[in-house]
Design a protein around this ligand. Structure first.
Ligand SMILES: NC(=O)c1ccc[n+]([C@@H]2O[C@H](COP(=O)([O-])OP(=O)(O)OC[C@H]3O[C@@H](n4cnc5c(N)ncnc54)[C@H](O)[C@@H]3O)[C@@H](O)[C@H]2O)c1
Length: 435
């Protein structure tokens, strides 16, 4: 019988589970999953995907992943890949607790010759300054007895074109030799390019830089939207005009806020680490603050619109379309819709939420909203909302994703407000926000 190489993934969520499936599809590996969430473990063992991911939902029917909550499973693996969350706390400070706990599990079970790979997004320095000392608590030394690698994940849940299989990867390690072994491991089951980098720190930095780049660019257009609303200039026409420059311009679009576990979170990791090392990332901090201000800006548009027709937000029935942070998935982490909901409720509105992907949290039906609400905010551009043609009894719509058919809405005598689309004569319906 063929001697299969054993791999354990720690953290079987949006990142870890599709990865586990991708590795298990290669007949050379036997794949184990370690997770503290018993419900997820049970689901996987019943061959049900614990996350919404079309490819992984299909893959789990074709492969076997041995999922468990018992950390001893780590002992028998050649490769251990850590995919646990890297959240921020209530004060928006990096929280490395899951990474530290995963490192402690590995440390308690560490074997000579193991290759430990971190895929979670972290600031530069985490592998060498936080994880390595934990792994070296026993007698084994990194780069001699085991290898430590960082291979940040770039998966974009819900993206029909890019998935775990075809996205290129960057990889850095404690040693050149370890990096090369890990790179070949990834090459054995992925189709994307695997770029071997010179160190752990450059690999860690690359991922944070990618996400901070997006945050800064989105903040730029969100600021432009607020300015151009006042100037009476359609920011969409401007962005689309700038986009026909064949080089050096990359369109980003404004919206009611930035959410998710990556863009709204990762910049804080770099901000804090740089601050500890004597550098103040002013631009990143401003970008975060502009993007964090967008839910309030969106709610204010509704409040002003209602006032213009003599209605007070207090006691008004308001529909909220979408709770998840992006279209056609149910992930609500850091979603600006949750901020919008809270602010509306704080103002005394009666909020009815509809999200076909987050049913338990948003039970209202779209029809119920269209019949009973005087105003609504679209916070997520789920395709179901873009298919609505008759807006029934609604008097004002704030389109937080600039995705609705403005002329159709206005032809029904309804006030339409987008983000940065102040002028009546704007292109509409086709432009979908970046997030
Ligand atoms: N979701 C994305 O789109 C995405 C994309 C690229 C990178 N990332 C990064 O990947 C990492 C994981 O994100 P995710 O979205 O998959 O998170 P997730 O919350 O979907 O999954 C993480 C899993 O880890 C488990 N876990 C937590 N602590 C554990 C521990 N000590 N031991 C074992 N299991 C543990 C949780 O129970 C959960 O099942 C984060 O650093 C994130 O920034 C996420």
């Amino acid at each position: 019988m063929k001697n299969l190489q054993k791999v354990t993934i720690i953290g079987l969520g949006y990142v870890g589970f599709p990865l586990a499936c991708a590795i298990a599809k290669n007949n050379n590996y036997e794949v184990y999953g370690l997770d503290t969430n018993k419900e997820r473990v049970d689901k996987i063992n019943m061959r049900i995907s614990p996350v919404e991911d079309r490819q992984a939902e299909k893959d789990i029917k074709e492969v076997i992943i041995y999922a468990t909550t018992e950390e001893e499973v780590l002992k028998k693996s050649k490769f251990i890949i850590v995919c646990v969350p890297t959240p921020i706390d209530e004060e928006r400070r990096p929280d490395l607790t899951p990474v530290i706990q995963a490192a402690e599990s590995i440390s308690r079970n560490l074997q000579k010759g193991q290759i430990i790979i971190l895929e979670s997004t972290v600031n530069p320095g985490v592998c060498e300054e936080t994880i390595l000392p934990i792994l070296e608590r026993g007698n084994f030394r990194g780069g001699i007895d085991f290898e430590l690698i960082h291979c940040p994940e770039r998966i974009d849940p819900g993206n029909p074109n890019w998935n775990v299989y075809n996205i290129n990867r960057n990889i850095g390690g404690l040693t050149k030799q370890g990096t090369h072994i890990a790179a070949n491991f990834y090459r054995s089951f992925l189709k994307g390019d695997i770029n071997e980098m010179s160190s752990l720190k450059v690999a860690e930095s690359t991922k944070i830089v990618e996400n901070a780049f997006r945050d800064v660019n989105i903040a730029y257009v969100n600021e432009l939207a607020q300015s151009f609303d006042k100037l009476g200039i359609d920011v969409y026409e401007v962005i689309n005009g700038a986009s026909n420059k064949p080089f050096a311009f990359m369109p980003h679009y404004p919206g009611c806020g930035v959410g998710g576990h990556c863009i709204a979170v990762d910049p804080y990791y770099l901000i804090e680490y740089a601050a500890k090392n004597g550098f103040d990332h002013q631009l990143l901090k401003v970008a975060r603050s502009v993007n964090n201000s967008m839910p309030h800006y969106t709610v204010q548009k509704l409040v002003d619109g209602l006032e213009s027709i003599g209605v007070n937000i207090k006691g008004a029935k308001i529909g909220l379309l979408g709770l998840s942070y992006k279209a056609n998935i149910g992930d609500m982490r850091e979603s600006p819709a949750l901020e919008i909901k809270k602010e509306l409720e704080d103002l005394g509105a009666i909020v009815l939420c509809c999200d076909p992907y987050c049913n338990g949290h948003a039970p209202a039906l779209i029809n119920e909203i269209l019949e009973n609400c005087i105003g609504l905010i679209l916070a997520t551009n789920h395709h179901q909302f873009m298919e609505v043609k008759n807006w029934k009894n609604v008097k004002i719509i704030v389109d937080g994703r600039n995705c609705l058919d403005m002329p159709n809405i206005e032809s029904q005598g309804i006030i339409y407000e987008g983000i940065g689309r102040g002028f009546p004569n704007t292109p509409n319906g086709k432009i979908v926000n970046e997030i």
